[in-house]
Design a protein around this ligand. Structure first.
Ligand code: GDP
Ligand code: MG
Length: 171
């Protein structure tokens, strides 16, 4: 099997949307309820994507960094997952500004991006409709997944990470 260079992925989104829970789910297939919200970590992972071994480094940002740190994370990454929480409209409103900053920092490059609406298990307290997520992703010309770090039926979480790796490698 062909071996490819490392892909650097970074998670962005307001504190509490489930960035850490998604990373942990992707890496361990488990859900951890409480994860230190102030922790910033990087993880290494290898996955078989379309018959190729892809090595990735994943940066889980804490969401409390200042603008310099945030821009540093953006410069570091090759691809980005912007996460919002479907039960928190404010987190959805944070997406467009984050994307603008990414475009600004990565200029003139086209930024590989995936949009994730997390906590789909909490449909009864949903504040952001699926169509709204789809529409925003269409505007940003990126893939969109609604998923749940705690009830990941059908493996949408892994699919989001894999699609981002594909997107990075297409560029
Ligand atoms: P982060 O600040 O973006 O890293 O968010 P965390 O991963 O720390 O998650 C914040 C809170 O949301 C924690 O209490 C998690 O247990 C919870 N959480 C994360 N993902 C999900 C999910 O898919 N469904 C539900 N119900 N809760 C979640
Ligand atoms: Mg976190």
């Amino acid at each position: 099997m062909a071996k490819s260079p490392e892909v650097k992925l970074a998670m962005f989104g307001r504190a509490g949307v489930g960035k850490s829970a998604l990373v942990v789910r992707f890496l361990t297939r488990r859900f951890i309820w409480e994860y230190d919200p102030t922790l910033e970590s990087t993880y290494r992972h290898q996955a078989n994507i379309d018959d190729e071994v892809v090595s990735m480094e994943i940066l889980d940002t804490a969401g409390q960094e200042d603008i310099q740190q945030r821009e540093g994370h953006m410069r570091w990454g090759d691809g980005f997952i912007i996460v919002y929480d479907i039960t928190d409209r404010g987190s959805f409103e944070d997406v467009a500004p984050l994307r603008s900053l990414l475009e600004e920092v990565k200029k003139p490059k086209n930024v590989p991006l995936v949009l994730v609406g997390n906590k789909s298990d909490l449909d009864h307290v949903r504040q952001v409709g699926t169509e709204e997520g789809e529409r925003l992703a269409a505007e940003m010309a990126c893939a969109f997944y609604e998923c749940s770090a705690c009830a990941d039926e059908g493996g949408a979480v892994a699919e989001a990470f894999h699609e981002l790796c594909r997107e990075v490698r297409r560029r």
